[in-house]
Design a protein. Structure first.
Ligand code: F6P
Length: 372
């Protein structure tokens, strides 16, 4: 009998339940395998909170958003325990052994992959599934949840057109994606945004305003500006770069601490940039402006057909890997196939939009301004 433990960690995303179901179904079909779920990510494993993933437990969940297991952003080696932050890895190893698990499947994004890798280095057998609406995990062509979030954000951009048009306004729409521009760029192109700002290409406000004014000259008195949450102005990007260089240069501990705190402050302010950008655009162009932040709407609800299909492939691929006892890997998408990628090749990297990516070329070719 092989025993599989499953947990979901990090921000939830559509398609997680479909993946859990696929693991359960494939395991049940392979006689001699059982699956047990842990609640709320690594915390549930540490506290030994389990959920049955038998036939009844996995039934009717294919189309459900979120994760029936619950999730958290807890890290095994830095877990908040009362008022202390402790390394709880050993407690997790104990529970893994108590349940006689052969493997722990961790469904998550960049942070989860790092945590799973840490547990693997401690001797636990782990397999991961790349899940994040941000699509920023390396060594996989796509991540679970991205397709659904892309559709939701695209629909939002679509819908903002009619109100922006009716009121002759600029609507600036904030789209998730952490420090990567995949969602904003994809939804911006698919939804027909006129300007798209992504973290990979620091923007100049004057260039954004120029693009809007150019539209005005053609009689188009409204504009949609899609802004990735990690987008930065050229000014801020240059300031951050100089601070990083200064941190590396100085040998004075106090000075380094002071610059690091300035850098932290600047990064924290980034969340408000969308509001100052909107105000500046209103002032420069004379068009009334509004902000819409899509936020967690993008992570909620029913997964797309494509994500359900992807989740089912990923879940079943994991069970095949367990049968082969192939551990310490991520089940990643490579073309049309699911491939096992060693975790050391995945962790510590972030897949951002390459500047020569075809989506950037496409955006340029249809006249979308990228503000750079
Ligand atoms: O990683 C997914 C994501 O939705 C990011 O796009 C966003 O930056 C972050 O999670 C939000 O996290 P939380 O749900 O903890 O606010």
């Amino acid at each position: 009998m092989q025993s599989i433990g499953v947990l979901t960690a990090g921000g939830d995303s559509p398609g997680l339940n479909a993946a859990i179901r696929a693991v359960g179904k494939a395991a049940l079909a392979s006689k001699g395998m059982q699956v047990i779920g842990f609640s709320d990510g690594f915390r549930g494993l540490m506290e030994n909170r389990t959920i049955r993933l038998d036939e009844a437990g996995i039934s009717g969940i294919l189309t459900l958003g979120g994760t029936l297991l619950g999730t958290s952003r807890d890290k095994p080696h830095k877990m908040l325990m009362g008022d202390k932050v402790l390394d709880m890895t050993d407690a997790m190893m104990d529970n893994y052994n108590k349940h006689h698990l052969d493997v722990l499947l961790c469904l998550g994004g960049g942070g989860t992959h790092k945590n799973a890798y840490r547990l693997a280095q401690k001797g636990m057998n782990v397999i991961t599934i790349p899940k994040t609406i941000d699509n920023d995990l390396s060594m996989t062509d796509s991540t679970l949840g991205f397709d659904t979030a892309l559709s939701i954000a695209t629909e939002a951009v679509d819908r903002l057109h009619s109100t922006a048009h009716s009121h002759h306004r600029i609507v600036v729409v904030g789209i998730m994606g952490h420090n990567a521009g995949w969602l904003a760029l994809g939804a911006g192109i698919a939804g027909g945004a006129h300007v798209i700002l992504i973290p990979e290409m620091p923007y100049e406000t004057t260039k954004v305003a120029d693009a809007i004014r150019q539209r005005l000259r053609k009689g188009k008195n409204f504009s949609i500006v899609a802004v990735a949450e990690g987008a930065v102005s050229k000014e801020d990007a240059d300031a951050m770069q100089s601070m990083l260089e200064a941190i590396n240069k100085t040998e004075d501990k106090e000075e380094r601490k002071a610059i690091k705190s300035q850098l932290k402050q600047l990064k924290e302010q980034q969340g408000n940039n969308i509001f100052s950008l909107t105000k500046q655009l209103e002032e420069i162009t004379g068009l009334e402006s509004r902000v819409t932040i899509l936020g967690h709407l993008q992570r909620g609800g029913v997964p797309s057909a494509s994500d359900r299909l992807f989740a089912t492939q990923l879940g079943t691929a994991c069970v095949s890997l367990v049968k082969k006892e192939r551990y310490g890997v991520m089940a990643g998408l490579n073309g049309h196939r699911i491939k096992a990628i060693p975790l050391e090749e995945v962790v510590g990297k972030r897949k951002v939009v390459p500047l020569d990516h075809s989506w950037i070329k496409t955006a340029n070719e249809v006249g979308i301004s990228l503000g750079a």
